[in-house]
Design a protein around this ligand. Structure first.
Ligand code: COA
Ligand code: MG
Length: 293
């Protein structure tokens, strides 16, 4: 299956138990919303949150952003019901927490297949435990098999900090090997990968610095906890006007009739191959621009 590239610069968590936040999310300029049934929802509110989510998706069949539902782990008391409710909502993806081995993903893909869920419902996986990080290579390989539905990794830095006892400090020195390991595995499996959250949402300077770091490391975007973080993430992970102009030029050059069958062409004195055309298409899709016809 040809991958569909989408901008995933800003990925906002919205607790499904918070009616005001759910309503607010619909009006935000965000690339993705993760409706959360897991950690943001207290045990006593799990069932109400699931109901609220059902009502929300019934009332809003579509949205101007990707919609993802994070469910509780299948091994928890809420997992199976969450999965069935999420499936019925027909989101773009279901986000699985604490993925530690490929079976955590394939088990959910099997349930979706058995219940004839649309292939358009993809899976995202949280990598947020030491075991998950160590196995992220094997897990990411599922990205090469469309039937496994896996499309994206989300890094759970708060859980990693808790389980490793490594402090989340400015610059995240202790985390860098793990962030890069997860990113490398994601790329080997042709997955997108989204950085963890920045908890201190009143510290905008710290947040902007962490977005810049994540963009430089190669992440596609950042998970967010508050609407004020959206513009900074959209800017940090945006494609620059120069990159867009260069990509448009490559797409236009290959669209010329005389270049239709060429594997490599000359453009402004430089060799450009079909590989660069693929990269240019991805750049434009990630920027949120429409491809020139
Ligand atoms: N998504 C959508 N809207 C949000 C939001 C979010 N994550 N966080 C806050 N808002 C809304 C509020 O509802 C409020 O809008 P309103 O005035 O229309 O009601 C506005 O933004 C300002 O919110 P504010 O008063 O500054 O924050 P708060 O005290 O309501 O909420 C948090 C603070 C931290 C509880 C809230 O931001 C939150 O729940 N974030 C997500 C937490 C989460 O999902 N964690 C799990 C993954 S790490
Ligand atoms: Mg977590």
């Amino acid at each position: 299956m040809t991958p569909i590239y989408r901008p995933r610069r800003s990925v906002l968590y919205v607790p499904a138990s918070n009616a005001r936040a759910m309503a607010k999310a619909s009006s935000l300029d965000v690339d993705c919303v993760i409706y959360d049934l897991e950690d943001a929802v207290a045990p006593e509110s799990k069932e109400d949150a699931r109901e609220a989510l059902r009502d929300h998706f019934t009332a809003s069949k579509t949205a101007g952003f990707e919609r993802i539902i994070r469910i509780n782990h299948l091994s928890s008391q809420w997992g199976s019901e969450d999965l069935l409710a999420a499936r019925a909502c027909k989101p773009d993806a279901i986000l699985l927490p604490k993925v530690e081995m490929p079976q955590d993903v394939t088990a959910v893909a099997e349930v979706l297949d058995e219940t004839d869920a649309s292939e358009n419902i993809r899976l995202w996986a949280m990598i947020e435990t030491p075991r998950g990080i160590l196995n992220s290579d094997e897990i990411a390989e599922l990205g090469l098999r469309s039937a496994a539905r896996l499309e994206c990794f989300v890094v759970g830095t708060n859980d990693i900090a808790r389980e490793t006892r490594t402090r989340l400090e400015p610059g995240r020195a202790g985390f860098l090997p793990w962030l890069m390991q997860i990113l490398l595995c994601a790329r080997a499996g042709k997955l997108d990968v989204i950085d963890g959250v920045f908890n201190d949402y009143s510290n905008m300077d710290g947040f902007i610095a962490e977005c810049a770091q994540a963009a430089a490391l190669g992440f596609d975007g950042k998970t967010l906890i508050h609407p004020t973080q959206i513009p900074g993430a959209n800017a940090a992970f945006a494609t620059s006007p120069d990159e867009i102009a260069a990509a448009e030029k490559i797409v236009a050059a290959f669209a010329l009739p005389e270049n239709g069958g060429s594997g490599a062409i000359g453009l402004d004195g430089r060799m450009v191959e079909r590989m660069h055309l693929d990269m240019a298409r991805r750049t434009l899709a990630k920027s949120g621009r429409k491809l020139p016809q």
